[in-house]
Structure formats: structure tokens, C-alpha cells
Design a protein around this ligand. Structure first.
Ligand SMILES: [Fe+2]
Ligand SMILES: [Fe+2]
Length: 239
């Protein structure tokens, strides 16, 4: 449904460079988290798979950054940035939601499976709208291949270590992602509402107070004010 929007987002070369750079960063960060997961797991097979996975994510980061650099060289001049549409066309895995040290193998695999699945579906869309840029399309195609492997191995491994309860772990991870998405949306809406309220205060309430202050100023008698001699005799007050 959002394909025309994605096509429009990726049509601008400068925006493409910015997005590829950000994707590169996300992939490398994801790789770092998975490397940490390889360090903390006690399962030997998982450790090996996580290491391969982390290497893939680092490679994705390099591929995105290289492509961004190549595209940047073809741009005529730089401007001050354009609309990025990050909430419409986000990057990789959403691993920033994860505290690797606090996760068990079950929750880690469930979370990774859903994240890789989401990344694979996003990259499918991005690859499909990239007909105008075959080299970038080829990169998405290549990365998509890896993401599909990541999505599948995490599911298989979860079923191996938790044969009875893997569906429950997946549902829990789904609900957790849903909750975090809701929190992100609520924060974004709160930010927009806050900005609207501040603008209303600035343009509606502030002029009203400024007008009242000016009116009060006009009523003030300029210069010194005479104080009655009776009141000035008291030592208990200023006048
Ligand atoms: Fe990746
Ligand atoms: Fe991945």
C-alpha cells in the first residue's frame, strides 16, 4: 500500500545517500549487539551462529556505507538536508530496543527472529522500488538474502532450545515490540502536541499578555509620585 510513498522517498538521490548512511550505522550497531550476544550465550552452536550473524551485519553496514559514498560522489552539490521519512521507511533491525546482557537465549532468539523478519520485509519493498538505481537495488537484494537466512535460523534455533514453548516466546516478543512501537508513537504524538501548544502560547497567549502589559503601562503616571505626608510618617513601611 505504501509502495508509491517508498518510491518517492527513495527517488531523491540526496535522501538516498542519507538513508543509506543511516542504514549502515544501524546494521553495524546491530552487529555489535549480536556480537555481545555471542559473548554472553552458553550455547556453543548459538555462539557460532551469532558470530556469523554479526559478521553479516557488519558487512551490510560496509555495503550501505560504500554505496552511500559512491552515490555522494555523483551528487552535483550538497544542500542542507531534506525530509528523510524515517518513520515511513526505517532501517534494519530495531535492535536498539534490546539490552543484550539482560536477555536469555529464548528472548534473544525470539526478538532477533521478529526483527530480521521485519528487516526482510522492509528490504523487499526497498529493493522493489529501486528500479531506477540498479547498484543500490543489488545491495538490497544481497542483504535481503542474508536477512532471510537470519530470520530462518533464529526461528529454527528457538524451536531447538525451547521445543514446547517457542511459540509463547515469539508471542511475548511480538507483544513487547507492539508495546515499544506504541510508546514510540505516543512519544512522537506528545512531541507534536507539545509543539502545537507552544506555538499557540506564543502566538495567542503571549500577544494578549503583551497587550495587557502595554495597557497597564499607559495607565501609569510618568515621573515621581507624591506620597501623602501622613503615610510617610510611619517607620513600619517604606512610604
Ligand atoms: Fe542486516
Ligand atoms: Fe540481519
Amino acid at each position: 500500500m505504501l509502495t508509491p510513498v517508498h518510491r518517492w522517498i527513495w527517488s531523491d538521490a540526496e535522501r538516498r545517500v542519507q538513508k543509506l548512511l543511516r542504514f549502515g550505522e544501524t546494521e553495524t550497531d546491530g552487529g555489535r549487539d549480536i556480537l555481545r550476544a555471542a559473548e554472553v550465550t552458553s550455547d556453543r552452536l548459538l555462539r557460532r551462529l551469532y558470530l556469523e550473524h554479526a559478521i553479516d551485519e557488519f558487512r551490510h553496514g560496509v555495503l550501505f556505507r560504500r554505496r552511500a559514498a559512491a552515490l555522494l560522489g555523483t551528487l552535483p552539490s550538497r544542500s542542507n538536508g531534506s525530509f528523510q521519512g524515517d518513520w515511513l521507511a526505517p532501517g534494519g533491525h530495531g535492535l536498539d530496543d534490546l539490552q543484550v546482557d539482560d536477555e536469555s537465549d529464548y528472548t534473544m532468539l525470539a526478538f532477533l527472529h521478529l526483527s530480521e523478519k521485519a528487516a526482510a520485509s522492509r528490504f523487499t519493498v526497498y529493493r522493489d522500488v529501486m528500479q531506477h538505481d540498479p547498484p543500490t537495488r543489488a545491495i538490497f537484494e544481497e542483504i535481503l538474502h542474508d536477512e532471510t537466512f537470519h530470520m530462518n535460523y533464529t526461528r529454527t534455533q528457538l524451536a531447538r532450545i525451547a521445543p514446547q514453548r517457542h511459540r509463547r516466546h515469539l508471542w511475548r516478543a511480538r507483544l513487547s515490540r507492539l508495546w515499544k512501537s506504541y510508546l514510540r508513537l505516543a512519544t512522537a504524538i506528545a512531541g507534536v502536541l507539545g509543539s502545537i501548544l507552544l506555538i499557540i502560547q506564543y502566538f495567542v497567549l503571549l500577544p494578549l499578555f503583551a497587550w495587557l502589559a502595554k495597557r497597564a503601562e499607559r495607565r501609569e503616571i510618568p515621573g515621581w509620585s507624591l506620597v501623602s505626608p501622613k503615610a510617610s510618617g510611619s517607620l513600619q513601611s517604606q512610604y
